[in-house]
Design a protein around this ligand. Structure first.
Ligand code: PLP
Length: 392
């Protein structure tokens, strides 16, 4: 009997160690990791610089408390400000917590302006986490079912639809913010038809109405789409951005990052976290950002993502069952015309780790350190699996 609550339908495998894009099980089988712990292990496994930074920090100090100043946290905040153009950060331990902080920030911002019953615009098919507020903001009825009453104060509109947001602006005066993923990950790797136009459109509505533009970059951030943050493809800057997954290379850390007036909303007693941004997690974050800069991994994410998709498109061009292959850097979605969760098991048998989301979309999120040979091997093996699956 497993002593673990039944929250996951786990694959029948456990890994003992890893190196780069590779993982091994106890029998010595070697797996190509094209999921990277769901966009967490951007530097792959056992990156020497991460090992060095974590070991050095563990010897000195792991945790004190946010009751005191934390040097590593301040260094990480400086670095994040430098690469994002944002002003101030709040550190927590996960993506849902980062979004909780953003939601609380927006509500406090509204109350400070005299809006007693503020609402936040969120999107269909969005994913923002599993806590009560972030689950309520998530656009997936299946994930919400059974957990009612949900948290109120969210208005849902279709994704990639500026006009739908405009209509709400014209008829409501208690909206305070838009919370949106620049690329929807869990929702099926949905990329706006024109990301720049979409985010610029939302930015303008926010500016015209005094709303906060809050970007959930928990999955799309930290180099994954070819820039530090996906919004950097678009020429706009958000008021709030949330981060987690890739930030600590596997050491839990999240951040709610804000600019301008939004950066000044929280005051002592309004929010907090016991573990958030402790010395070890912050050292992991700082090492991650330094390696991504030093090894030019943003460029690599763009190049390898495009290479994998070009390779897949030519290998699968004759397959009518492939609807579309899309990517933003190394956020890759292969949409099929039928449910394809079986592919996860087939890939596992082939010693390839992948994911299927929104039932019909194969999602690949390989480490940012993937090289050309590995990228080609991934595409070759993935294309063969899809062909087998479609012609079964
Ligand atoms: C994974 C994810 C979250 C939730 O992060 P957790 O660390 O699991 O709480 C929130 N938003 C997006 C876009 C995500 O991909």
């Amino acid at each position: 009997m497993s002593r673990l609550m039944n929250t996951y339908s786990r694959q029948p495998i456990a890994f003992t160690h890893g190196e780069g894009v590779w993982l091994w099980d106890k029998d010595g089988n070697k797996y190509l990791d094209a999921l990277a712990g769901v966009a967490v292990n951007g530097l792959g496994h056992a990156h020497p610089e991460m090992v060095k930074a974590l070991s050095a920090q563990a010897v000195k100090l792991i945790h004190t408390s946010n009751i005191y100043h934390i040097n590593e946290q301040e260094a990480l905040a400086d670095k994040l400000a430098e690469i994002s153009g944002m002003d101030k950060m709040f550190f927590c331990n996960s993506g849902c917590e980062a979004n909780e902080a953003a939601i609380k920030l927006a509500r406090l911002y509204a109350h400070n302006k005299g809006i007693a019953n503020p609402e936040i615009i969120v999107m269909e098919h969005a994913f923002h986490g599993r806590t009560m507020a972030t689950l309520s903001a998530t656009g997936n009825r299946k994930a919400q079912a059974g957990f009612e009453p949900l948290v109120s104060g969210f208005i849902r509109v279709p994704y990639d639809d500026v006009d739908a947001v405009k209509q709400i602006a014209s008829r409501k005066n208690n909206v305070v913010a838009i919370l949106v993923e620049p690329v929807q990950g869990e929702g099926g790797v949905h990329i706006p038809a024109d990301m720049a136009e979409y985010l610029q459109g939302l930015r303008k509505i926010c500016d015209d109405n005094g709303w906060l533009l809050m970007l959930d970059e928990v999955q799309s951030g930290i180099g994954r789409t070819g820039t530090w943050f996906a919004f950097q493809h678009t020429g706009i800057v958000p008021d709030v951005m949330t981060l987690a997954k890739g930030l600590g290379s596997g050491v839990p850390i999240g951040a709610c990052v804000a600019k301008g007036a939004a950066a000044e909303v929280f005051t002592p007693g309004k929010h907090g976290s016991t573990f958030g941004g402790n010395s070890l997690a912050s050292a992991a974050g700082l090492a991650t950002l330094n390696v991504i800069a030093d090894e030019k991994l943003r460029e690599n994410a763009q190049n390898m993502g495009d290479l994998i998709c070009d390779h897949l498109r030519s290998a699968l061009s004759a397959e009518a069952g492939v609807v579309v292959i899309r990517n933003a850097g190394l956020m890759i979605g292969i949409e099929l015309d039928r449910p394809c969760t079986d592919l996860v098991k087939m890939a596992l048998e082939d010693k390839l780790l992948i994911n299927v989301t929104a039932e019909k979309v194969v999602r690949l999120l390989p480490p940012l350190i993937i090289n050309q040979a590995e990228a080609n091997e991934l595409a070759t093996r993935m294309a063969a699996l899809i062909k087998t699956f479609l012609n079964k």
